[in-house]
Write a protein that binds this ligand. Structure first.
Ligand code: TYD
Length: 139
């Protein structure tokens, strides 16, 4: 299956409670990989874009814990936009997809979990290199 077809919005469990609601996620359960790392993006000035790269191995699960933003995915041919705006919905993004995060609302908070530790060599930062690598994988 093509990686773009594995992209999925996953609804997380939620326990609605008068004291405040609770959601959770577990490795290899709601999240289709084992979580090795978490990072978050916050205090994004209006109009800024984060990301704009692909990962060779890193698979990610992205949640708008607060506010909203768009995740734009490109498989080398086609671009698809996902708006995240609830803390109990996340987007599963497999490796080898070009991705950027944009349209951050005021005070938005993006939580991202990955299957691998941070490794700058896992990044593909040039879109043409990404397309070449994609084509090589197809061969
Ligand atoms: P980067 O992934 O390049 O952010 P963006 O793609 O949104 O521009 O990360 C920005 C900086 O943070 C970069 O210098 C590396 C560092 N960083 C870590 O040290 N660990 C991490 O897990 C991440 C995601 C980034």
């Amino acid at each position: 299956m093509k990686n773009i077809n594995k992209v999925e919005i996953i609804e997380l469990p939620k326990f609605l409670d008068d004291r405040g609601n609770l959601s959770f996620m577990e490795s290899d359960n709601q999240i289709p990989f084992c979580i090795k790392r978490a990072y978050w993006i916050y205090d994004v000035p209006g109009g800024e874009i984060r990301g704009s790269h692909a990962f060779k191995k890193s698979k990610e699960f992205i949640i708008a814990l607060s506010g909203s933003f768009d995740v734009v995915l490109n498989d080398g041919n086609k671009e698809t936009r996902f708006n995240l705006n609830r803390s109990y919905f996340g987007l599963y993004v497999p490796n080898m997809l070009w991705r950027r995060l944009e349209n951050f609302s005021t005070n938005s908070l993006a939580l991202i979990v990955s299957n691998i530790s941070y490794n700058k060599h896992d990044y593909i930062t040039d879109f043409n290199d990404f397309k070449i690598l994609k084509d090589e994988i197809k061969k």
